[in-house]
Design a protein around this ligand. Structure first.
Ligand SMILES: Cc1cc2nc3c(=O)[nH]c(=O)nc-3n(C[C@H](O)[C@H](O)[C@H](O)COP(=O)(O)OP(=O)(O)OC[C@H]3O[C@@H](n4cnc5c(N)ncnc54)[C@H](O)[C@@H]3O)c2cc1C
Length: 303
């Protein structure tokens, strides 16, 4: 199988997640080429072909221009799969490329079985296996689902023709407002999930965080419920953290959450369900009702 991995580039710099595209290709045992619209000093390092356009000619992300550059790469390389990360960049660009190629698109792939791709459904409660029926397929990968791999090597460059003219104009990037906490620096994070059950019980999580000298984090449902602010959300649409200790309270371990905390050195999970997927990454898994366990642990730590 031939894959064209589409390396994301923002403000001239390649995204770290490109390593996960290589991890996916390794999982498939696929032949790899890369499309890279970026800075010539940051070309992906591997022994293979890079379809390259210089960002100084093509400009910052423009869906029309990027699509046409990628179609050049597809025409030259005739890949079986064109693979993006499921980032705000990838989910904007992938369907445009798929539509232009009349190719099936499989979105948010988390795994591979035979000729099928695994995708979450029902907000991560179920998994579907999908087999594309077109010759070429466009895929977006769920961040964190595949191992990060830095192959190393010296690529061969295929220059793409400059493309100009677009229906949109890039204006600027805006950093998010600097409110709330920077979890990326925290050594200890105690996170509240939907299993916490209510705003009132979030206080149990806060008390344990305080006793451990750590910060409070959250899964997305805990943020959506308004129990904690978005700056505390851990996961693909929140922060990526790597504390010495991560305590997951009432968190099931959906791939979108794991993507944000799998860099933690030690994971303690508290969950009533002994089969919860968080158990796969937990160093210590306490099967208990957090409403009983957290106060007991906090009291012990305080003593
Ligand atoms: C595009 C996209 C982006 C997303 N981004 C993120 C993200 O950045 N971060 C994120 O977290 N999620 C994200 N999600 C949502 C994600 O798919 C999951 O739905 C979410 O992580 C589940 O949160 P949870 O574990 O708190 O809740 P649930 O999956 O509902 O799990 C609750 C857990 O609590 C346990 N429990 C219940 N009661 C108790 C109790 N009394 N004591 C102990 N345990 C108890 C249950 O057994 C269960 O395991 C995203 C989803 C999508 C589609």
């Amino acid at each position: 199988m031939k894959t064209l991995l589409v390396a994301e580039c923002r403000q001239g710099r390649p995204a770290d997640a490109t390593a996960e595209l290589f991890g996916f290709a390794r999982t498939l045992g696929a032949e790899v080429s890369v499309a890279y619209i970026g800075n010539p000093d940051d070309l992906p390092r591997f022994d293979g072909l890079v379809y390259f356009a210089d960002v100084r000619d093509s400009g910052e992300y423009d869906p029309d221009v990027h699509k046409r550059l990628l179609l050049q790469a597809v025409e030259a390389g005739r890949p079986d799969a064109v693979v993006f990360m499921h980032s705000s960049w990838g989910w904007d660009l992938a369907p445009r490329v798929a539509a232009a190629l009349k190719a099936a698109q499989v979105t948010e792939v988390t795994g591979v079985v035979g000729e099928g791709y695994i995708v979450d459904s029902c907000n991560g409660k179920m998994r579907r296996t999908v087999r594309p029926l077109t010759t070429t397929v466009v895929l977006t990968l769920q961040p964190g689902a595949f191992p990060a791999l830095q192959p190393g090597g010296a690529p061969e460059i295929h220059l793409l023709r400059a493309e100009h003219g677009s229906n949109v104009e890039f204006i600027r990037y805006e950093p998010p407002p600097a409110d709330g906490v920077d979890l990326t620096r925290a050594e200890v994070i105690v996170s509240a999930g939907r299993g916490v059950g209510s705003r009132e019980h979030v206080e149990l999580v806060k008390a344990l965080a305080e006793a451990l000298g750590g910060e409070v984090g959250a899964s997305r449902p805990a943020v959506d419920a308004g129990w904690l602010e978005h700056s505390r959300q851990v996961g693909t649409t929140g922060q990526t953290v790597s504390p010495a200790l991560y305590v997951a309270c009432g968190i099931s371990g959906a791939v979108q959450h794991l993507a944000g905390m799998k860099g933690a050195a030690f994971v303690l999970a508290v969950n009533t369900d002994r089969d919860a997927p968080i158990g796969e990454v937990a160093d210590l898994f306490v099967v208990a009702d957090l409403r009983q366990f957290l106060p007991a642990l906090t009291a012990k730590l305080k003593r």
